[in-house]
Design a protein around this ligand. Structure first.
Ligand code: 4NP
Length: 155
């Protein structure tokens, strides 16, 4: 199973989603490859925002070595599932899909917890630390659900 987490800058939400997903999969003993990317190129090569690193670290997850990259069309070939954070990410990624099969790999990550409600993971970039805690909690709940769903598909 290969999962890609996508947001706008790949420095706040999706690197956190990547780190949390990897931790949840490892503790569940699942063979899942996880990566993240941004729809925009503003922050390519940068480490995650310090506030994302901080909230991850608080939960025993080290995301400091991750580096931002931009989403590319070849990601559709590599990944089985592409989780986006909000409807802008969704539109930007789906616009690059070659066909329905590729477009069908894309979903809002909170739809795992709230199916078909299309709730966004709000961009915490311009806010305070509370926003990052909120994002962590949302992503953590989603990643637990993803693990649960993978497990039920495998059994
Ligand atoms: P992210 O947050 O998409 O969660 O990584 C953002 C980071 C940077 C910017 C926007 C969103 N920016 O405009 O630079």
């Amino acid at each position: 199973m290969r999962i890609l987490m996508v947001c706008l800058g790949n420095i706040c939400r999706s690197p956190l989603a990547e780190g949390i997903m990897r931790a949840r999969a490892e503790e569940a003993g699942l063979d899942v490859r996880v990566d993240s990317a941004g729809t925009a190129a503003y922050h390519v090569g940068e480490p995650p925002d310090l506030r994302s690193q901080e909230i991850a670290s608080k939960h025993g997850i080290d995301i400091s070595k991750q580096r931002a990259r931009q989403f590319e069309v070849s990601d559709f070939d590599i990944f089985d599932k592409i989780y986006v954070m909000d409807s802008n990410n969704y539109q930007d990624v789906v616009a690059l899909a070659a066909d329905q099969e590729e477009a069908g790999k894309v979903d809002l990550i909170l739809n795992e917890v709230y199916p078909e409600e299309n709730r966004p993971v709000p961009d915490p970039y311009y806010g305070g630390r509370d926003g990052f805690k909120n994002v962590y909690d949302m992503l953590n709940a989603s990643c637990y659900k993803i693990v649960e769903n993978i497990r039920s598909q495998q059994s």
